[in-house]
Design a protein around this ligand. Structure first.
Ligand SMILES: NC(=O)c1ccc[n+]([C@@H]2O[C@H](COP(=O)([O-])OP(=O)(O)OC[C@H]3O[C@@H](n4cnc5c(N)ncnc54)[C@H](O)[C@@H]3O)[C@@H](O)[C@H]2O)c1
Length: 367
């Protein structure tokens, strides 16, 4: 008989973050499986879940983050731990959250030093090799990127004053999306739905074929070679960066010269900022100060965009993490990892070593 698994749910502290890693429903399921769940007071409030709901689901509510971190074998989070949380991690503790270590060398050092068993949402794999815990948040970020871009195109927000859908008799706004994966395809759907002229580029021609079939000519698909990118960026009122090489730092596909070729007041939304960004002029921003201008172009690069819609995002995220959280609660962390190959692919750090090859390479660690 296994000792009861202790799962800790701290309140997220990243700027503007509103999601929580566990809903009351999932908490109830874990408790039924014999786990003990510690939830920091107020952790779910910004996502629409009250302390009373967690208590009714069998959670033990604790006053401070410190009390959660110091007493749990497995910490469930949404965003990567921030510097103020580094000291809270207990040696050997397991952590299940987005880590994005390729863009976070400082955090990687801490996880290695403290021998944290770091399981990253973004590298957990489904049987077909896809990334099931990245998918829902990418879909949300993709959909949001167009409404955010539309907002910053407004004159009063520093934009060029282009209405994406235009009106009859005017040219609609032009949206260029680089990357036709989860976030890119969902950005495409929103932009096309608004009536913008959409061009979407990817290296993977199968993705372009699917979009071509779906939109039947209403969206232009292009292979993401430098010439096509250069042309499509220069024409864009709104440029969306949505590329990903799993676990690696994002490739820079848009140079500063290309950004310079955009019309003043055009907008760049670089969704890939959590992996370092795919636009040369991009640097991370936050919900409090989401944009800056460079070369006359508005740049938006918030690494936790789904926090803008905390309720939907929490439901989307926890529905995806549920099978894995349940496996941890039921079997304990190490056995769950032994029995689920796809979940084990999420392990980025273990016993003081970076075990994910792409992350190790990106950070310059020896294998
Ligand atoms: N900022 C946020 O809040 C937020 C939220 C969710 C996801 N993300 C990030 O968005 C990024 C995209 O995620 P996704 O789920 O859409 O990935 P995905 O794997 O579904 O799609 C990425 C696409 O990029 C393409 N690609 C790779 N290299 C390319 C290149 N050089 N040129 C053109 N295309 C290229 C791939 O072929 C793939 O189709 C990731 O970094 C992810 O972590 C950010």
């Amino acid at each position: 008989m296994l000792a009861a698994m202790k799962i800790g749910v701290p309140k997220e502290i990243k700027d503007g973050e509103t999601r929580v890693s566990l809903t009351p429903n999932l908490c109830r399921r874990c408790v039924k499986l014999g786990a003990e769940v510690l939830v920091e007071k107020g952790a779910g409030l910004s996502a629409g879940f009250t302390d009373a709901e967690y208590a009714a689901a069998g959670a033990r509510l604790v006053k401070t983050a410190k009390a959660v971190w110091s007493d749990a074998e497995l910490i469930l989070k949404v965003k990567e731990p921030l510097p103020s949380e580094y000291a809270r991690m207990e040696t050997g503790q397991a952590l299940f959250t987005y880590l994005h270590l390729a863009a976070g060398p400082e955090l990687a050092k801490v996880l290695v030093k403290k021998k944290i068993l770091g399981v990253a949402y973004e590298t957990v794999e489904a049987q077909d090799g896809s990334l099931p815990l990245l998918k829902p948040m990418s879909q949300i970020a993709g959909r949001l990127s167009i409404q955010i871009g539309a907002y910053f195109l407004q004159t009063q927000n520093g934009g060029s004053g282009v209405l994406l859908g235009g009106i009859p008799g005017t040219r609609p706004g032009r949206v260029t999306i680089i990357g036709a994966g989860n976030s890119g395809a969902h950005a495409c759907r929103m932009a096309a739905g608004m009536g913008a002229r959409v061009t979407i580029l990817d290296l993977d021609t199968r993705k372009l074929e699917l979009l071509d079939e779906e939109y039947r000519g209403a969206v232009v698909t292009l292979v993401a070679n430098p010439g096509n990118i250069e042309e499509a960026v220069a024409q864009a009122d709104l440029l969306i960066g949505a590329v990903l090489i799993p676990a690696a730092k994002a490739p820079v596909v848009v140079t500063k010269e290309m950004v310079n070729s955009m019309r003043p007041g055009s907008v760049v939304v670089d969704i890939a900022i959590d992996q370092g960004g795919c636009v040369e002029t991009i640097r991370a921003t936050s919900h409090h100060a989401p944009v800056y201008k460079e070369h006359g172009v508005v740049h938006y690069a918030v690494p936790n965009m789904p926090a803008l819609v905390g309720h939907t995002s929490t439901i989307g995220l926890t529905q995806a993490t549920e099978p894995y959280v349940v496996a941890f609660a039921e079997k304990g962390v190490r056995r769950a990892l032994e029995e689920h190959r796809g979940l084990a692919r999420g392990v980025n750090t273990r016993d003081g070593v970076i075990v994910n090859a792409a992350v190790a390479l990106a950070l310059g660690y020896q294998g």
